[in-house]
Design a protein around this ligand. Sequence first.
Ligand code: CP
Ligand code: NVA
Length: 309
Amino acid sequence: MKHLISLLDLTKDELRRILEIAESLKSDLARSKKMAPLQGSNLALIFEKQSLRTRVSFEAGMTQLGGGCLFLGQEAGWGVRESMKDFSEVLSEYVDVIACRSYSHQTVEELAQYCTVPVINALTDFCHPCQALADVHTIAEHVGGFNSLAGQAVAYIGDANNVARSLAIACGKLDMSLTIACPEKYQFDTTALDAISKGCDGFVVQQTTDARAAVENAVAIYTDVWASMGQEQEQQQREQDFAEYQVNEELLSVAAKDSIFLHCLPARRGQEVTDAVMDGPQSRVVTQAGNRMHAQKGLLMWLLQEVSE
Ligand code: CP
Ligand code: NVA
């Protein structure tokens, strides 16, 4: 039995295997090939924060695989009505897999410590592994498949946050490069860089304050909101600090014409990205969001069928 709390939990081969299953399930769906390999299995979703993509893609994906889903609201009372240990052990008696979105990364770690079924991190303040699975899936589709990913350069313009951390690990494990452009105070610190490097065979995340230099050779240009969920009180300060880091047509003009634009969404149009870029010919944001479902189907199949013992 395995959990997916961070992509650092996966070997390179395991990551590739999940992506391979996801690709094959996506193509089965496109050919209307129906299967129910997870019939009789249930996924519980526990979310402390808002969600459209993660919640719905898990629910739709699990249903397509023949399984069931339960969305647990606050009334389930985890960590409030009873201890995390009791909650986790009992929930594990009913369901086969759990996906959790929490403010604190420790909450998901604690859940995984006590659950006797796989726990998936559906976003914490620290990382967003399911997002990165879909991100690299989308880049692979653009460059001609997973075998063409090695050596590709990704530019991330914005806060070195949860999304950036998982993207960095995915790039490291798939032999791609990643350059993050943002003000120095929002870059990864040395502890974060060391952890990513240690988990990815010495991979080095490049960091710069120069957004134009970052996008020059990139095949994918990525951004995320300047203030994440839980950082609402910093919104104004961050708007000032990131003002020079908007992904707009001027910045894209420095990049290769065949590069793509990615965003995990939800976007704050007019802040980190303009309408022209979001809706422009290089944008793949809707496909990327769609790939959340395919990537997570791959993850569910891998967790429940290939490493279930
Ligand atoms: N990208 C992402 O995780 O979106 P949601 O917050 O809508 O789930
Ligand atoms: N960094 C963002 C991602 C949302 C999907 C947040 O944590 O709010």
